[in-house]
Design a protein around this ligand. Structure first.
Ligand code: GLN
Length: 319
């Protein structure tokens, strides 16, 4: 970048900084609201008062507020990257293994799986993500599947220190009875190719990756840039694939609250029970927000309020 372009980016970053300060002040009175995910004991110990937000634009501006640089458990946000890697390997054939319709039920629900003969509704509910992980294990082996995910996230975010939080991974493995039952149930229908425990281990570990809002906003930028990640010569994915992943985020990224999130925020997004949410403003920027307290659907309560405020302040929504 030239010096003038550099300075222009700095001025814009400062304006974005003011927007994020205003958002943080709007949600200030709500800090600590919601319930941390207590079904994973290591997440139950996280201070619900955390709040961080970071924005990265495709033109290279960046701004953050609060705990924007504090790593947290990305949980189901990892499903976006797992799906992307699986689609890169298998293309449209991936859809022989799972659907791409909103489920209208909780992220860890078992009910649809029996009537739909072990085929998950979409890749962002747990059952669907387990199938995606199974595909990655078939492609890369168990160690290779996790390595593919970690190295992709390190490269896209520019942070080589991204790693699994072993305490969270162990905690989830100890208490992951619901995910075990989903995986075994699908195996009984012949829908899981690999050893169930191996698939679960990769899944638990990918959910336990620790990243900050800054890491996530940067790692997601290709979603706002027709599949091109900044600083990479080759596109990360095709324009078509980036568009399709955005579509699945909009329709399925918040489980049984996907409609509510589209109504309130109006952007493709993906949440995780660690309290993180990423959203995409197509052709412009990505925002990542973190506040650990969740609503009844398992989505960050204050994070969603902050994104609503962000859209109010900027008018940046797709509708
Ligand atoms: N690891 C979590 C689970 O499997 C992910 C769920 C989520 O973030 N919604 O229960």
């Amino acid at each position: 970048m030239s010096r003038t372009a550099d300075m222009a980016a700095a001025v814009l970053a400062c304006e974005w900084g003011r927007v994020l300060d205003a958002v943080a002040s709007d949600v200030g009175p709500h800090r600590g609201a919601g319930r941390v995910a207590d079904y994973i004991p290591a997440l139950a110990r996280v201070d619900p008062g955390h709040f961080g937000m970071c924005l990265a634009t495709r033109d290279g501006e960046q701004a953050g507020v609060g705990d924007a640089r504090v790593p947290f458990s990305i949980q189901s946000i990892s499903k976006v990257f797992g799906l992307t890697l699986a689609l890169r390997c298998r293309g449209e054939a991936l859809w022989e293994r799972l659907g791409r319709e909103p489920s209208g039920s909780a992220f860890n629900s078992v009910v649809q799986l029996e009537s739909e003969r072990g085929v998950p509704r979409n890749p962002f509910i747990n059952a669907g993500a387990l199938v995606v992980t199974d595909v990655l294990v078939s492609e890369f082996g168990a160690a290779g599947a996790l390595e593919a995910m970690v190295s992709t996230l390190r490269e896209l975010s520019g942070n080589p220190a991204i790693a699994v939080d072993e305490e969270v991974a162990a905690s989830e493995a100890e208490t992951g009875h619901r995910n075990r039952s989903l995986a075994h149930f699908m195996k009984s229908f012949g829908r899981i190719e690999n050893d169930v425990d191996e698939v679960l281990d990769v899944y638990f570990r990918q959910c336990a990756l620790a990243m900050s809002c800054e890491d996530l906003a940067r790692a997601s930028l290709w979603l706002a840039n027709d599949g091109r990640a900044p600083g990479r010569d080759e596109p990360f994915v095709s324009q078509t694939l980036a568009r399709r992943i955005n579509a699945i985020m909009l329709t399925c990224g918040h489980y049984d609250a996907a409609g509510d999130f589209a109504y309130r925020v109006g952007l493709p997004g993906k949440s995780g029970v660690g309290g993180g949410i990423i959203v995409v403003v197509p052709d412009r920027l990505c925002v990542a927000v973190w506040s650990p307290g969740l609503d009844a659907s398992g989505n960050s309560k204050v994070g969603t309020l902050a994104l609503e405020a962000f859209v109010e302040h900027t008018g940046l929504a797709i509708f």
